[in-house]
Design a protein around this ligand. Structure first.
Ligand SMILES: [Cu+2]
Length: 179
């Protein structure tokens, strides 16, 4: 499901202001309970150094996360037992994917600072509306960037040096009631 920002009017425009650099979600607004394709955009390297790995920490609000394979990058996932098991397709899910990592298969596959790329995964959002933060650990040939900062209140990442990527999850009825 693809949601145009125009569906959200002023609210959407607000979130579209997300920084061009940093690691951000291509589609920063979604509806609670829907399947969401998270496309994490990596806009630069670490102080000029090429990106060699991108690790995403799957937030509690996203269930059954599945990565999209990427040519030239090796995929790995890590699962862990859930504090709160849930039911999907009539099956009780006791553990779920908590980390997804893309690692450049070779030096030639690393992402140069002068380019950008997207790392894609998909999962189902829970019924809970509100902000969902994706922490991303970006590893480079030299150094790393830990996109993990979350504001103490609200959703503005202004002034944060390395904010986590924000997804604003809207209650499902907010769209049904739009005219
Ligand atoms: Cu940046």
């Amino acid at each position: 499901m693809k949601l145009g920002l125009k569906n959200f009017g002023v609210l959407g425009a607000l979130f579209a202001v997300a920084a061009q650099a940093h690691v951000v979600l291509d589609e920063p607004v979604a509806l609670a309970g829907t399947y969401y394709k998270a496309s994490l955009r990596v806009g630069h390297g670490c102080s000029g150094s090429s990106t060699t790995a991108v690790k995403v920490f799957i937030p509690d609000g996203l269930q059954g996360a599945k990565p999209m394979p990427k040519p030239g990058w090796v995929l790995s996932t890590r699962s862990a037992p859930l504090a709160k098991p849930y039911t999907s397709h009539g099956k009780r899910i006791e553990s779920d994917v908590v980390e997804i990592t893309w690692t450049a298969a070779s030096r030639e596959n690393a992402l140069p600072d002068a380019y950008f790329d997207e790392y894609v995964l998909r999962g189902q959002l829970t019924a809970q509306a509100g902000p969902v933060w994706f922490r991303v650990l970006q590893t480079c040939e030299q150094g790393f960037l830990d996109w993990a900062q979350i504001p103490e209140a609200g959703t503005s990442t202004r002034g944060l040096k390395s904010p986590a990527a924000l997804l604003e999850v809207l209650p499902s009825e907010s769209v049904q009631h739009q005219h």
